[in-house]
Design a protein around this ligand. Structure first.
Ligand code: AMP
Ligand code: MG
Length: 323
């Protein structure tokens, strides 16, 4: 999906900076999943690449069948049709993602999986500006605070809501592919689900590319981390010189006003980096860094339109400028 600002430099170079020759990664064929391209490279030993690829594809299919709002028979679509005040028994996957989403909603106030009616009327693919009354009407049908999680995987809608997990599901998928590979005995890999990345087992040099010419301008090294980027230049529409992003600010129920060209979040779980990068794109550096205090092990870096960089306090990854 999106604006991929994050290019895995190493995916095309080598899997670690110290053992390129001995451990040449296997690049699995790219495939479509979760509405985007899925790219995996991994150092294989005895594993059969064909079998591993089949397992990755089966896992992605299963997650998509649960989490896609576009598939009419997905669990999310079933939930979206589900009536008011009744107990929906969710799968562990969906329950986990909704509960993480509600936590991030509480912390950021702008991450809201119930914005679907508003997202639909601001469809960046159509490029139309909705009327004030359409915005008001859609806004009435939102509110994460009307989702109640009960024990035993039960969820109740206290308002007729529809959810969209598009800002968190790809990061979750990257993490799940990593878990699968680890289970299969793979020791090093990089997984890219659109703009969401998870890299484990070695040191990985990731690059932030300049949105204008897509050339890397900075890079840094991470290990066992998720890296997610939200930006404004791949999924948006432009009307009379104004950029309307695909990310909605629930405070205005309008596309987020652009404060930065992109924000990347780095941390141990790509599910969280995905949701946080979407939120931080809306909030800008100052508020985001305040929220990060609650997320130990997570860092963020903003790239501004003039190419300058704002890093969260104690940003632990030395950045190299690429000239
Ligand atoms: P991402 O590309 O990960 O930043 O996620 C963007 C996608 O998440 C959009 O295409 C929408 O489907 C959905 N979305 C838009 N605004 C929000 C928001 N404020 N909170 C949660 N999800 C959102
Ligand atoms: Mg996201």
């Amino acid at each position: 999906m999106k604006r991929i600002i994050f290019t895995l430099l190493l995916a095309s170079l080598c899997l670690t900076n110290f053992s390129c020759v001995k451990e040449k990664p296997f690049q699995f064929p790219f495939f479509q999943g979760m509405g985007t391209l899925i790219k995996t490279s991994a150092v294989l030993k005895n594993q059969n690449p064909y079998e591993i690829l089949q397992k990755i594809q089966a896992l992605v299919k299963e997650l998509e069948n649960r989490l896609s709002r576009y598939l009419p028979n997905s669990e999310v679509s079933e939930f979206n049709r589900f009536p008011l005040n009744k107990e929906f028994i969710a799968s562990p996957t969906m329950y986990e993602l909704i509960s993480i989403s509600l936590r991030i909603h509480r912390d950021t106030k702008v991450f809201d999986i119930t914005l679907l009616p508003v997202i639909k009327i601001w469809d960046y693919k159509k490029g139309l500006i909705p009327t004030e009354s359409a915005i008001r009407e859609a806004a009435h049908k939102t509110g994460s605070e009307f989702l109640e999680l009960l024990p035993d995987s039960k969820i109740i809608k206290k308002k007729l809501l529809e959810i969209d997990l598009g800002a968190i599901a790809k990061g979750y998928t990257a993490k799940k592919i990593a878990e699968l590979l680890i289970k299969e005995g793979v020791s090093k890999a990089v997984i890219q689900v659109g703009g969401e990345v998870y890299a484990f087992g070695g040191e990985y040099r990731v690059g932030i590319v300049n949105p204008k010419d897509k050339k890397p301008i900075y890079s840094f090294i991470v290990q066992d981390k998720g890296i997610s980027t939200s930006g404004d230049y791949e999924r948006f529409f432009n009307k009379n010189g104004i950029i309307y992003s695909h990310i909605i600010d629930p405070r205005s129920m309008r596309p987020a006003t652009v404060t930065a060209h992109s924000v990347s979040v780095i941390g141990p779980d790509s599910t969280f980096t995905d949701a946080l990068s979407t939120s931080f794109f809306i909030l800008g550096p100052e508020k985001s860094f305040e929220i990060l205090k609650k997320y130990s092990g997570y860092s963020a870096v903003f790239i501004l339109p003039d190419r300058s960089v704002i890093k969260s306090p104690f940003f632990p990854y030395p950045m190299d400028e690429i000239k």
